[in-house]
Design a protein around this ligand. Structure first.
Ligand code: NIG
Ligand code: FE
Length: 416
């Protein structure tokens, strides 16, 4: 039984008490067997049966659950620095999209990219996320739109999931925008997405269906139909809602029992109450808020109403060209006024809930997977406050060390 000892502060992120309750243990230890946690507590109370000599040393540092990025658009061709500059010069996201920039330009570049190249790029992104302590990643399609390219992207995700080391959760976002070749025939496109949902579910290529509800994307009525198709196919529902305007999307998320409602910068009071009642997770994406200069999601009102708030990156080439989840945590604190503890729970347990994996990962407690990170910080407040290229020292997934910082040696204490 391997044991991680000499943990200065072990933040378990267990559920009781809600968003701000992270249940930290000073001078903690974790023991695991075959990738699963068997014991968590104060080191001096570690039962002898869990201490058979396989000792790891956290060097007195902070240990938190492996970070969960519950919202990314991981696979895409090209970049869009031109859109970035155009927005700086005063054009809006929607004006750029109407001119053929925006999502459509990434669709062109994704369709023409070969599958190997897309796979290699995703590998590189995941590798860098691993170095930041990200152990579970939700990944959406949505830059192919046509059935063949969407299938290629979902196959890339399946290959990445098999290869590991991160846990990957694939989401089919065929309803990102109506592709140009369906201009004036949006009903046919929605019908195509409906068929693709059944197909991708059958092939095990998607676990969730997502729809971008917005002017210029999809309507609440169209999304309701696709949510029904997802349910019928046995897939969960996630929705992009109320990002650029309030359009009834969050109300729909509650109505269809979506696992998450994402963005929510313009969510209404009425919708917040409904999300709370439905148990839907609000996924906040403060990197997109920062890049677009939109008002932040009202985290305080959501938390007060009892809605769990996850924090994710939204990594994509348009609105959030960064996969840096610790940056999202710092922005959740400064823009959304979440405490570091609240933000951390949003990128661990509530991130896991937003991807349907909270029975498996997201907190450090017996029975869950041994996914954790050792961070160079005395506590979560300091970690979120002192933003750095990376504070991470060690990433462990399923009890196996998958990444370590130069000079860090978790086995240093083995001989003690
Ligand atoms: O989550 N809102 C829709 N989709 C992405 C943006 C995609 C893009 O601009 O390429 C988002 O912000
Ligand atoms: Fe997104």
């Amino acid at each position: 039984v391997p044991v991680l000892r000499n943990i200065g502060r072990l933040v378990t992120c267990r559920e009781p008490g809600g968003q701000g309750a992270v249940h930290a243990i000073e001078e903690g230890a974790i023991a695991w067997r075959e990738g699963r946690i068997v014991w968590v507590g104060k080191q001096k109370q570690l039962p002898a049966r869990h201490d058979d000599g396989q000792r790891w040393d956290a060097q007195g540092q902070l240990v938190v659950p492996g970070l969960v990025d519950a919202h990314t658009h991981l696979c895409f061709g090209g970049w869009r620095a031109d859109d970035f500059v155009a927005r700086i010069q005063g054009q809006t996201y929607q004006q750029i999209a109407r001119r053929g920039g925006g999502i459509h330009s990434t669709v062109r570049k994704t369709r023409t990219a070969d599958t190997e190249a897309l796979y290699a790029r995703c590998r590189l992104f995941l590798r860098q996320m691993l170095a930041l302590g990200v152990t579970t990643v939700e990944a959406k399609s949505g830059y192919g739109l046509d059935a063949q390219t969407e299938a290629r992207v979902l196959a890339v995700y399946a290959a990445l999931a098999t290869r590991g080391p991160q846990r990957l959760v694939p989401t089919y976002l065929g309803a990102h925008v109506v592709p140009h070749e369906y201009k004036g025939r949006r009903a046919s496109y929605v019908a195509l997405v409906e068929q693709a949902i059944a197909l991708f579910a059958d092939e095990g290529l998607a676990r969730f269906v997502d729809v971008f509800i917005e002017d210029g994307a999809f309507t609440v009525t169209e999304a309701r139909r696709l949510a029904a198709a997802a349910r019928m196919a046995g897939l969960g529902v996630k929705l992009h809602v109320d990002q650029l305007s309030a359009g009834g999307g969050a109300e729909l998320a509650a109505e269809v029992g979506a696992v998450s409602a994402d963005h929510l910068e313009h969510v209404s009071k009425r919708a917040i109450a409904r999300l709370a009642k439905a148990g839907t997770v609000a996924v906040s994406l403060p990197i997109a808020t920062m890049y677009l200069g939109t008002p932040p999601l009202p985290a305080r009102a959501l938390i007060q109403a009892g809605v769990p708030v996850a924090v994710a990156t939204d990594f994509n080439p348009g609105t959030a060209p960064s996969f840096h989840l610790p940056l999202a945590l710092t922005l959740a604190a400064t823009l959304q006024k979440m405490t570091p503890a609240e933000a951390l729970k949003g990128a661990t347990l509530y991130g896991a809930r937003a991807v349907g994996l909270d029975g498996e990962v997201g907190s450090l407690e017996a029975g869950k997977a041994a996914d954790f990170v050792v961070l160079d910080a005395p506590d979560e407040d300091h970690f979120v406050y002192h933003f750095r290229p990376s504070a991470n020292l060690l990433t462990v997934i399923g009890g196996v060390a998958r990444w370590r910082a130069g000079g860090f040696q978790e086995n240093a204490g083995a001989a003690q």
